[in-house]
Design a protein around this ligand. Structure first.
Ligand SMILES: [Zn+2]
Length: 232
């Protein structure tokens, strides 16, 4: 009896080790805030997990980062821009994915982002650093985004039956995440085709939709030149 139990224990142990190894190889490398010298958030609201949505963005600016050094500085640039120009509490995204294949921690898994009005408290905002209007991010950047989402589901931050959308689908007047990346995410698991405000606007101009409340999470890009705002 004791021997059987012992065998059972070893089999379980092997399974646990294999699973831990599998997770270790499938999880993306996450670069913590401290590594990019993030300033503390001015304020932070906890998010209720698991969230039902994943919203994909591109940063448009700064442009693509191909080395870790460039990605670290892109993160600092974005935090400056979001905290000072936009007067948000912190960098807007929950995570940003670099062209170096690493994931950079923004607000992280536990905090409400400022990236998609009306969807901030029910989504993870994941931005692929760069302008993906006319070209596709490198394969390792796309792979890291997939790994991050899988990790979020496995760890209970993202609902198993989540909906994946591009920013333009949940916010009028933006082309984010860029035309080429948007076409790409249409092929991703859990992509939800509804709605697409860019398409809707093309069909129905000036539909006088309701203004969003001007709180930290919902503030639109006030003061940003319209042509820039349209792309973020
Ligand atoms: Zn966006």
């Amino acid at each position: 009896m004791g021997e059987i139990r012992l065998q059972f224990f070893y089999v379980n142990l092997i399974v646990v080790v294999i699973l831990a190894y599998a997770n270790a190889v499938t999880d993306p490398e996450i670069v913590p805030r401290s590594a990019w010298h993030a300033r503390p958030a001015k304020q932070a609201d906890p998010i209720i997990s698991p969230v039902p949505y994943v919203v994909i963005h591109h940063t448009f600016n700064p442009p693509a980062c191909n080395t870790t050094e460039e990605c670290l500085s892109a993160m600092r640039w974005m935090q400056d821009f979001h905290q000072f120009n936009r007067t948000w509490w912190d960098i807007g995204y929950n995570f940003a994915v670099g062209g170096d294949g690493k994931v950079y921690e923004g607000r992280g898994w536990f905090t409400i982002g400022a990236h998609a009005p009306r969807y901030n408290s029910i989504s993870m905002g994941i931005s692929l650093i760069g302008d993906w209007t006319a070209s596709l991010p490198p394969e390792r950047q796309l792979a890291a985004a997939h790994k991050l989402i899988a990790m979020g589901v496995r760890e209970g931050h993202i609902a198993e039956d989540y909906h994946l959308v591009g920013h333009r689908q949940v916010r009028e007047g933006t082309e984010c995440p860029g035309e080429v990346l948007y076409e790409e995410i249409k092929k991703w698991p859990h992509y939800d085709p509804h709605p697409d405000y860019v398409d809707l606007l093309k069909k129905k101009k000036g539909d006088g939709s309701k203004a969003t409340p001007p709180d930290e999470h919902n503030r639109l890009q006030k003061g940003t030149a319209p042509f820039i705002s349209k792309l973020l």
